[in-house]
Design a protein around this ligand. Sequence first.
Ligand code: AHR
Length: 343
Amino acid sequence: MNPSDPRPALRPRRSSISRRAALALALGLSVVGCGKHEPKKSAAPDSGAGGRQALRVGFAQIGAESDWRRANTQSIRDEAAARGVDLVFVDAQGSQANQIRAIRSFIAQGVDVIAFAPVVETGFEPVLREVKEAGIPVILTDREVEVSDPSLYATFIGADFVAEGRAAAEWLAGATSGQAGIAQLEGTPGAAPAIDRRAGFEEAIAAHPAMHIIKSQSGEFTRAKGREVMESFLNSPEGPRITAVYAHNDDMALGAIQAIEAAGKKPGVDILVVSIDGVKAAFQAMTEGSLNCTVECNPLLGPALFDAAEALAAGKTIERRIVTPARVFTGASSAAELPNRRY
Ligand code: AHR
């Protein structure tokens, strides 16, 4: 498998719904089995292309808070266009309420599949029950939700955030011989990557008694907030003891680098910086020496998303968890990789 392509092999399973089966027949796809999930809504509108119905997918995106997110949106839009999928795209502008409203509007429009990257982990159960009641399959991309009923979504496609946090900690432990005063820039409160990246990192540094998180606060996954929070860390009484920054994404790390420079210190040397995502700007910072390490989290989820949506529409069952691969890049490996970065 190409490491930059997160698409898994899809495995046929037993269940299907009659609406999906009708859609599958319209798409000229074979239908595997039939299930008990009875749809309530009518079929998707005709695309007009050769009389076939286009697959209609509603996608509720979190927003445009980071380079990663923008690459994720582009991948979804590009892949939908390449496959002739009728994509109903909503940008929730960082608001869970907007995302829930978008999901309800997808139900009302009778889309074939609903997908979304949840802003936060909790609070989606009621709307997901409404989606289930409408007989529409749900795909989670990037982030997971916490629900008591696992049948409320068909699959979750995304990275292992706990493993990413662990990888960042292990790199830092190696680079500092297990001795660091760490400033942590957390993601959006309540978001799966903020919770899991913190958990994975803390679990791994627990093996190193001289590694301590001395400051920790949310920078909301944005560059501006990362800079602002890092400035306040450096000006705090603990500021002089900070020897490393762990940021839950590259954007916050890049903001922290600006704050370190403004404070007259050398990022990457006086204060080591490690983050997660692997966006192009992070590779540029690594080649310049201001960022030391990034753990890759692949945002190019469009192909895997629409593979899953098409399979569900065809009445096939897919893997419940589709994990995208990750790699760790450091200053040393960044120059060779920079020309290959697609986001
Ligand atoms: O959920 C993935 C995270 O969300 C990315 O690390 C971050 O950049 C984005 O905003």
